[in-house]
Design a protein around this ligand. Structure first.
Ligand code: HEC
Length: 121
């Protein structure tokens, strides 16, 4: 490719890129936005009520419910695929402790891994 062709190719690229930018922001006019978007009215909302999933509602799962609901919904547990095996569940608990800093001692971590493996395979 001669240098003239190269320059033409670069110019074409720049033009196409500039058109692309214009296509994404077609003369965005901020003043056209509805007035309510810039108001500072307080917004209120109600969080959905947290309930214990039925799979974890029995006495066997008490330790799981009290330990594992501190940071997130228990549905994080019940929506995992079934039949992943015992190691999977122990690894999940280990990850909560090592990666996310869950304050769970070794004895409870073992027990929770066993409970989850029994329930969800
Ligand atoms: C210290 C806070 C904390 C505690 C306590 C905790 N988790 Fe988590 N958990 C997290 C975070 C953070 C994530 C990742 C959230 C995300 O990705 O949206 C997560 C995600 C998960 C997931 C989804 C899969 C994944 O790996 O992201 C599972 C399953 C899970 N936790 C199980 C448990 C179990 C079982 C317990 C009780 C032993 C537990 N968690 C306790 C913080 C915690």
């Amino acid at each position: 490719m001669g240098s003239g062709q190269q320059t033409a190719a670069v110019t074409a690229f720049v033009v196409v890129a500039a058109l692309g930018v214009l296509a994404v922001f077609p003369g965005a006019n901020l003043a056209d936005r509805p007035a309510q978007q810039s108001s500072l009215e307080p917004v209120s909302f109600v969080m959905p009520e947290e309930t214990t999933p039925t799979e974890l509602a029995d006495a066997d799962a008490e330790l799981v419910v009290s330990t594992c609901s501190a940071c997130h919904s228990l549905e994080y547990i019940t929506t995992q695929p079934r039949g992943m095996g015992e190691k999977f569940w122990h690894d999940q608990v280990t990850k909560m402790v090592k990666v996310y800093g869950a304050p769970i001692d070794q004895t409870d971590a073992e027990a929770i891994g066993d409970i989850l493996a029994n329930k969800f395979g």
